[in-house]
Design a protein around this ligand. Structure first.
Ligand SMILES: [Zn+2]
Length: 665
């Protein structure tokens, strides 16, 4: 033990002396600089930096300015020199497509019993009904409405609300599931109405209407349009309707009748499920005789406008100094976008307040800028690409775009270092992810952390106050003194997996070794209260110092880190699925089949012969256009049973056979 430390300390003393001789002031992170950057990014002025908003774009220009100040080259090289400061800055910006808003178009119409003199009033969009944000645009003419219970089909659970023909008809479903309020229930995935829409579509319905559970339609959450960049529209018009309109569509006299009817259906279904453990359509198993529905017919048109908005990754380049190794790159990344004023992704009870995102992830960006400053004064052999990503909170959109449009080829990208939420160091506990993605990572991290505990002094007089019992070493020049101070060492939690909830996932999916630094979650996570005053600046400086050391250690050897397939820590999101395939879906480019970013080693997917880059277009008999369709099909599959999966690989369309495994709960 002692010997190991002793040897290590000697090495440290030597390296440190060399490094120190170059640029003393710029080699350590500055607490003041971190404070400055976070103060600005987390300020009210930037309004929470939601991707596609002016606040996010102001942040992008600020980061570009900082990259420029520290001598980084713009990521986008153009032959002609820039004429203005604005032009120089824009060369650091890599634009990517992003839908920032969904709005009502002009052509939204709703009539019940059209053509009948007594009952053809138009119902107002926004007051009586609202297309859902993933609704397709389109019209339905004079289509009979059919009540379909909860609107759920789940063959593995022997449950089907669609036990009758809905082709060319409009399906009308209640909100919620037979689980009631149980968050761990079997039907939990249908809490996401998008899956009800897919069920309606796959049964051939023309459109789906969801009956609002709110007495006041203005309280209905589903009626709030939001953006969804992860998939296109669902393929049929889908709307939520007020209770008043629902009563009209179902041919019930009034709201009281609707309430009684719903209660009977709900209790009827749970009774059947309880005694028979299966359920196929309310009419065959029970009879709400006291309140029969006489659904009418509907004319409707839904029209949503999806607004694209400029969004950017910010990229600065520090060219390598070694004639050969400079063609290789180390990417250092941190996302700068956050949640704006709430909405999708927010954990705040209400929308409207600025989500400051000081820890998530102004802290990582501050670390990124500090590393740009520190490393620009060093001579690194390899090229370092600094990237502040956007679109992270909405599903790694910016980093996903980058790995498909890299400025240094990914084959030459030897490592990706990601910092996301490094501002809340508690008792020196740091989480490092991706440790299994390169053979060298573990020892590099261990050494780096051992070194972190070393206090180095150039003057022997500093020994006046040594820590008792700590080894003291004199360097070969007779001057450097190294003391081990266990209080400075970080307490590391190492995770093998290269996939995780941040931008490094995009790189690991492309076989780039990754490391992910994270000081852990907290009560202010994704809430307006994630503010600059709660940042542990000294702690963050310590993390940045550690990351800086790791990067220089990676660069020190000519041999690049050896990519390794890491053990997975989790099997992805658990949404009540019973089966596991081991695919890594691309959430961004999946509108025309589900594109795979990767396939886990030794998984059912890899055994089936699926590969990164494949596009799944059909699975277990279900058409797959995007990740939702895929998830729906997954929900219909059983472990141990073989299914066909149709894919597009390059120009070829092929059918493979896949046998899902049971998900370990
Ligand atoms: Zn976040």
């Amino acid at each position: 033990m002692i010997r190991k430390l002793f040897n290590l300390a000697l090495v440290v003393a030597l390296t440190f002396t060399v490094a120190f001789a170059q640029q003393p002031s710029s080699t350590t992170p500055s607490v003041d600089r971190l404070r400055q950057v976070i103060a600005y990014l987390a300020s009210d002025a930037l309004e929470g930096r939601r991707t596609g908003t002016p606040g996010a774009n102001d942040a992008a220009h600020y980061i570009a300015g900082e990259f420029n100040r520290f001598g980084l080259r713009p990521g986008l090289q153009i032959a002609r020199p820039a004429r203005t400061r604005g032009e120089t800055q824009s060369r650091y910006l890599q634009p990517f497509p992003y839908i920032a808003g969904v709005e009502l178009g002009k052509n939204n119409l709703f009539f019940v019993n059209p053509g009948k003199a007594d009952d053809s009033a138009q119902f107002k969009v926004g007051e009586d009904w609202m297309p859902l944000w993933f609704s397709a645009n389109g019209q339905v003419e004079n289509a009979p409405a059919v009540f379909v219970g909860y609107g759920i089909t789940d063959s593995a659970l022997h449950y089907d609300d669609y036990d009758y023909d809905v082709k060319e008809k409009i399906a009308v479903a209640m909100s919620g599931t037979p689980d009631g309020d149980n968050p761990h229930g079997q039907f939990v995935r249908f809490e996401d109405v998008r899956f009800k829409a897919i069920a309606a579509r796959s049964h051939g319905a023309k459109a789906l209407l969801i009956i609002s559970a709110e007495d006041k339609f203005s309280d209905e959450r589903l009626a709030r349009l939001r953006t969804d960049n992860s998939a296109g529209d669902v393929g049929l018009p889908v709307a939520v309707i007020s209770r008043k309109l629902a009563a009209r569509v179902l041919g019930l006299a009034d709201l009281v009748n609707l309430g009684v009817f719903e209660t009977e259906v709900r209790s009827g279904i749970s009774r059947v499920l309880k005694y028979e453990a299966k359920y196929y359509g309310y009419r065959t198993s029970m009879n709400p005789a006291t309140n029969p529905v006489k659904p009418g017919s509907v004319n409707m048109a839904s029209d949503l406008l999806r607004r694209e908005s400029p969004s950017f990754n910010v990229i600065g380049v520090l060219p390598g100094s070694d004639p050969k190794l400079k063609s290789e790159a180390i990417v250092i990344g941190a996302h700068y976008d956050h949640l704006g004023r709430g909405g999708e992704g927010s954990l705040a009870p209400r929308e409207g307040d600025i989500h400051h995102g000081a820890d998530d992830n102004a802290s990582g960006v501050a670390g990124l800028i500090e590393l740009a400053r520190m490393l620009s004064s060093q001579k690194l052999k390899r090229t370092v690409v600094f990237i502040a990503f956007s679109g992270e909170e909405e599903g790694l959109i910016g980093s996903s775009y980058y790995v498909n449009h890299p400025i240094v080829p990914l084959a030459n990208t030897v490592a990706m270092i990601n910092m996301d939420m490094i501002g809340r160091l508690k008792e020196r506990n740091l989480i490092v992810g991706g440790v299994g993605t390169a053979q060298e990572w573990r020892s590099l991290i261990d050494t780096g952390n051992a070194v972190q505990g070393m206090t180095v002094s150039l003057d022997k007089s500093d020994r006046s106050n040594p820590v008792i019992g700590v080894p003291v070493v004199t360097g070969s020049n007779g001057r450097a003194v190294v003391m081990l101070d266990p209080g400075k060492k970080l307490v590391l939690t190492l995770n093998e997996d290269g996939y995780g909830p941040s931008d490094h996932s995009s790189f690991y999916a492309k076989q780039v070794p990754v490391l992910f630094f994270w000081s852990g979650t907290h009560n202010d996570y994704h809430k307006p209260s994630d503010t600059a005053d709660k940042i542990n600046y000294e702690g963050e400086a310590r993390i940045v110092d550690f990351v800086d050391r790791i990067i220089r250690d990676i660069d020190r050897t000519d041999k690049r880190p050896t990519y390794a397939v890491a053990k997975s820590e989790s099997q992805g999101r658990s949404m009540g699925f019973r089966v596991y395939l081991g695919t890594i879906p691309n959430y961004v480019e999946s509108n025309d089949g589900l594109k795979l970013d990767g396939v886990r080693d030794d998984s059912p997917a890899s055994k089936a012969g699926l590969k990164a880059g494949d596009r799944i277009v059909k699975m277990a008999g279900h058409e797959v256009k995007n990740v939702y369709d895929y998830t729906y099909a997954l929900g219909e599959m059983k472990a141990g049973q073989e299914y066909e999966v149709e894919i597009v690989r390059g120009d070829e369309r092929m059918t493979l056979r896949i046998t899902p495994a049971a998900r370990k709960q």
